[in-house]
Design a protein around this ligand. Structure first.
Ligand SMILES: CC(C)(COP(=O)(O)OP(=O)(O)OC[C@H]1O[C@@H](n2cnc3c(N)ncnc32)[C@H](O)[C@@H]1OP(=O)(O)O)[C@@H](O)C(=O)NCCC(=O)NCCS
Length: 455
């Protein structure tokens, strides 16, 4: 339905026909949201290439290059929405700082969203909603994370003493504030990747899932191996050339990073099998080899209304057809959120899982992806947990993560959703498939799903 269309209806039998005109204002017009460009920095193991950079630095680097590559005028951009999971206490609204640091119009407010590992998914859907509503027609959305730059906190006693000392006028008074401090108060308080409700870390939650679903160590290692092999092949075959930029690392600009540094082309089932479990050292199955690693990086997309893209002569990479966020009880299986979000996104897109040609599932852990796949194909889970009579469907192993996933590429929490949306769009273009699917699991039992279409 175009904005200018007027539709005439007759509400009575023909003899008494009164024409009724539906004007555009009465007819809900929904513009399609196009993904016109997507880009990410190479992802790097935390503490390596980007050890001295913040999430903000990485976000600015990717957005500046994205605008350049997308060939858009910075003045056309109307909003920037960014995801970030571990925010800097100095610049918590990273989106606004990116606006100020990349030459975008200063009138753009910029806002930051936090939805754990689905933060960039939330940024993209929030940006898309601005376009759906007609409030904007060009928006940049993405996410950034630096696990090399996490805030280290002081204990409560020590920070109270510091604040107390700052209020004292005399040196004696200042020193007096520290008399109650014990050696243990000096230990830094580092943020944990743990659930506040269950106290379990992500790794421990994934262990629980592996045990409850009977996902073996071998199955996890085979999946991890495939992630590395596919990521290595995609890199060699140039599949990331359009979506991964080169970073000349500031401030010295001596280190040139051209590709991800976590992919292990030479890994094998034998070397993976030798690794010791990390989260349950005695009975566990999750190792550094079949878990996503701690990673630094940033990724972003340019979204436009279809009309705006047309008017600029830009051929979109794809369109957002539907999305859904859902959640499950963290006390159950924490990382099964995608199982709850995916059927909703499919229903909203009015398509079935079978019609999807390209699937990108975020790999927090091999045990999590394999558990998600198991539940999606289970009639018992459909009936007990989803209120459906039939399973959501089988995931074809050939359709999923064809260019590797977070285990091999890395997982900068706030950025992963934007990496995946870009990859799905590019894979749709390469394969000629019409529909692509994105799923992401996240802390809090959250799941994100999005259906994209090629044209
Ligand atoms: C699992 C985890 C603790 C491992 O951290 P780490 O010990 O720093 O990992 P490393 O990269 O040093 O790897 C440990 C060892 O495994 C080896 N290794 C890792 N991946 C491998 C692979 N694919 N093949 C062979 N060996 C591998 C490394 O070479 C290293 O060996 P070394 O000790 O001989 O040097 C960390 O990556 C983690 O916490 N991941 C989960 C993050 C998370 O919870 N994310 C949230 C998801 S939503």
């Amino acid at each position: 339905m175009q904005k200018s269309d007027h539709v005439h209806f007759c509400l009575l039998p023909s003899d008494f026909c009164i024409p009724v005109v539906f004007s555009p204002a009465m007819w809900q017009y929904t513009p399609r949201v196009a993904v016109v460009s997507g880009l990410r920095t190479p992802f790097a193991k935390s503490g390596t290439h980007y050890a001295r950079l913040s999430a903000l630095d990485l976000g600015k680097i990717v957005v500046a290059e994205l605008i350049e590559r997308a060939g858009i005028n910075a003045n056309d951009v109307q909003e920037v929405v960014f995801g970030n999971v571990i925010p800097s206490v100095k610049a918590p609204n990273i989106a606004r700082e990116i606006v100020l640091g990349t030459g975008l119009p200063r009138k753009i407010s910029g806002y930051t969203v936090g939805k754990a590992c689905a933060s960039a998914n939330q940024a993209i859907t929030s940006a898309a909603d601005l376009i759906f509503r007609g409030y904007a027609d060009v928006v940049i959305a993405g996410g950034a994370e630096s696990l090399s730059d996490v805030p280290i906190l002081f204990s409560k006693n020590f920070s109270d003493a510091l604040v107390g000392a700052s209020k004292q006028k005399s040196t004696f008074g200042k020193l007096g504030q520290f008399t109650k401090i014990r050696p243990r108060d000096l230990a830094p308080d580092t943020p944990a990747i743990a659930e506040s409700t269950t106290g379990l870390t992500m790794g421990e939650s994934a262990e629980k899932m592996a045990k409850e679903n009977g996902v073996s160590r071998e199955a996890q290692d085979i999946f991890a191996l495939q992630s590395h092999q596919r990521a290595a092949a995609a890199t060699i075959n140039g599949k990331f050339k359009d979506e991964v930029m080169t970073v000349v690392v500031p401030p010295k600009f001596e280190n040139i990073v051209e590709s991800d540094n976590l992919i292990r082309a030479d890994t094998s089932l034998e070397s993976l099998a030798k690794l010791r479990p990390v989260f349950d050292r005695k009975y566990g199955t999750i190792t550094a080899g079949n878990a996503s690693p701690l990673t630094d990086g940033a990724a972003a997309v340019v979204l436009m209304s279809e009309e705006k893209a047309k008017s600029l002569g830009i051929k979109p990479l794809g369109f957002i057809k539907s999305y859904a966020f859902a959640a499950t009880d963290p006390n159950d299986q924490l990382l099964q959120g995608p199982v709850f979000a995916l059927p909703q996104a499919l229903e909203r897109a009015k398509i079935t899982l079978k019609e999807i040609g390209v699937i990108e599932m975020h790999e927090a852990f091999a045990a999590q992806v394999l558990s998600n796949i198991q539940w999606l194909g289970s009639k018992r889970i459909a009936q007990e947990k989803l209120g459906r009579s039939e399973p959501v469907g089988e995931i074809d192993p050939e359709k999923i993560n064809r260019t590797g996933g977070s285990i091999a590429l890395g997982h900068p929490f706030g950025a992963t959703g934007a990496r995946i949306v870009t990859t799905v769009c590019n894979e749709l273009q390469r394969s000629g498939e019409q529909y692509g699917l994105v799923t992401v699991c996240a802390a809090g039992g959250i799941g994100a799903a999005m259906v994209l279409e090629r044209e």
